[in-house]
Design a protein around this ligand. Structure first.
Ligand code: NDP
Ligand code: MG
Length: 379
C-alpha cells in the first residue's frame, strides 16, 4: 500500500538548506508535494523554483518582484505560508530570529516542523514548546547533530540518557594560533573545511557560536540539562553526535558531511526510506576519525552562548541577536573577527537584567541587543 502524499512548505527555499530540501523532495514525488515556497529577497531564484515546483502559495518578504503575479509579500507571508491549511510539514530553513514566528505559528496549527532554523529554539525555547503543546505540532530537527541525537535516542526514555556529546568540526581556525584567529579575514572565515552552507552559519561555525546555538537547541529538543551536554571537536565531521546512556554505552550516528540525509530523515521520521541521492559512507576512505577538546581561549563565543543558555530568560535571545548583528557587520567588512565575540560579551553584560517571559519581551531583548552591537561600532 502506498503512503499518503504529504504536502510540504519550504520556508527559506532559496537558501542552502532550502535548495537542498527541494532536491530531496523532488526525488520523492510519490511521498511529498511542495505546495508552499517563501524567500526573503531573491525573487529571481524564487521565480525559477516556482516554475519547476508549481506551488499553491508563494511568499516573498521584500516586495516588488516582476514575476510576482499571485505572490504574497511582506513578513506576513511567512506565517501565512507556514499555516497554509493544506500543509502537513513545514521545513523552516529561514536564517536567524526572523524564522521564529513561522515556527510558532506552524506548531500552533498542528504541523510537523522540520526545523533547520535553530534560532527559533534558542530565542524562545519555552514558547516553542508551549506552541507545540497547544496546537499539537511537533518538531523534528534538521540540524545534523540533532538529527544524529534523535536517531541515537531511538525510542529510549530520557531517564536512560546520561550525556549528549555534540561534535563540532572546529571550523577553519581549529589549529590557528590565538592571535591569528583574532584577525582572521572574511574570506578565511567563509572557507569552511567540511560543510558548504549559507554565509551566516559559516561564520558561526568559525567562531563556534553555532555550537552554542546547538547546545541550547539540544537542551530544548531533548530536555537534557546543560551540565549533561558536552561539545567535542571532530575535524572530519563524520560522527554527527553521540548519546551516552546510563549503562555507559555510547551510540553515535555517522555519515558523510551532507545535509541530504538529515533533511530526508526530518521528513520521514520515524520511518527510513531509500534515497539514491544520499551519499554513502566509506569508513576506510574516511579514516582516521579523530577527536579533540574545544580551545575555549580562541573561541569564546561557545562558552558565552552556553552561559546564556544556562542563565535562561532573555539571555539566549540577547546572545543570538548580538551574534546576528555582529556577524552582519563582519560580513559587511565593518568589524574584525574578534569583534564578534567581544560584541556578544558586551551585549550580554549590558542586557543581563532584561526580562524575557513572553514573545514581546523576547523581541524587545532581541532589538536591544542588535542596537547595543550597532552602537558599539558606530563611529
Ligand atoms: P542561507 O542564508 O543560505 O538561506 C537563508 C534563507 O532564508 C534564504 O531563503 C533567504 O531568502 C531566507 N531569509 C533570509 N532572511 C530572511 C528573513 N529576514 N525573513 C525570511 N526569510 C529570510 O542559510 P542556510 O540555508 O545556510 O541556513 C538556514 C537555517 O538553517 C539557519 O538557521 C542555519 O543555522 C540552519 N542550518 C543550516 C545548515 C546548512 O548546512 N546550511 C546546517 C544546519 C542548520 P533570500 O535567499 O531571498 O535572501
Ligand atoms: Mg549543525
Amino acid at each position: 500500500m502506498s503512503a499518503r502524499i504529504r504536502n510540504v512548505a519550504v520556508l527559506g527555499s532559496t537558501g542552502s538548506i532550502g535548495r537542498t530540501a527541494l532536491r530531496v523532495l523532488r526525488r520523492h514525488p510519490d511521498r511529498f508535494r511542495t505546495i508552499v515556497l517563501t524567500a526573503h529577497s531573491n525573487g529571481d531564484e524564487l521565480a525559477a523554483q516556482v516554475a519547476t515546483v508549481s506551488p499553491r502559495f508563494v511568499g516573498l518578504v521584500q516586495n516588488g518582484h516582476r514575476a510576482a503575479e499571485g505572490w504574497h509579500f511582506g513578513v506576513e507571508a511567512l506565517v501565512a505560508g507556514a499555516t497554509h491549511p493544506d500543509v502537513d510539514i513545514v521545513i523552516n530553513a529561514i536564517v536567524g530570529a526572523a524564522g521564529l514566528d513561522a515556527t510558532l505559528a506552524a506548531l500552533e496549527a498542528g504541523k510537523r516542523v522540520a526545523l533547520a532554523n535553530k534560532e527559533s529554539l534558542v530565542v524562545a525555547g519555552s514558547l516553542v514548546a508551549a506552541a507545540a503543546a497547544r496546537g499539537g505540532g511537533s518538531i523534528i530537527p534538521v540540524d545534523s547533530e540533532h538529527s544524529a541525537i534523535l536517531q541515537c535516542l531511538s525510542t529510549r526514555p530520557g531517564a536512560e540518557v546520561s550525556r549528549l556529546i555534540i561534535t563540532a568540526s572546529g571550523g577553519p581556525f581549529r589549529t590557528w594560533p590565538l592571535e591569528k584567529v583574532r584577525t582572521a579575514s572574511l574570506a578565511d572565515a567563509l572557507n569552511h573545511p567540511t560543510w558548504s552552507m549559507g554565509r551566516k552559519i559559516t561564520v558561526d561555525s568559525a567562531t563556534l557560536a553555532n555550537k552554542a546555538l546547538e547546545v541550547i537547541e539540544a537542551h530544548h529538543l531533548f530536555g537534557i540539562p546543560f551540565d549533561r551536554i558536552e561539545v567535542v571537536v571532530h575535524p572530519q565531521s563524520i560522527v554527527h553526535s553521540m548519546v551516552e546512556f546510563i549503562d555507559g554505552s555510547v551510540i553515535a550516528q555517522l555519515g558523510v558531511p551532507s545535509m541530504e540525509l538529515p533533511i530526508l530523515y526530518a521528513l520521514t521520521h520515524p520511518e527510513r526510506i531509500v534515497d539514491d541521492g544520499v551519499p554513502r559512507l566509506d569508513p576506510v576512505a574516511m579514516s582516521p576519525l579523530t577527536f579533540e577538546p574545544v580551545r575555549h581561549d580562541a573561541f569564546p563565543a561557545l562558552a558565552l552562548g552556553v552561559g546564556a543558555g544556562r542563565a535562561g530568560g532573555a539571555a539566549p535571545a540577547v546572545f543570538n541577536a548580538a551574534n546576528e548583528q555582529a556577524v552582519a557587520l563582519f560580513l559587511a567588512g565593518s568589524i574584525s573577527f574578534h569583534d564578534i565575540s567581544s560584541a556578544i560579551e558586551s551585549a550580554l553584560r549590558a542586557l543581563r537584567a532584561t526580562p524575557g517571559e513572553d514573545r514581546a519581551a523576547l523581541l524587545a531583548a532581541d532589538a536591544a541587543a542588535r542596537q547595543h552591537v550597532q552602537d558599539l561600532f558606530a563611529c
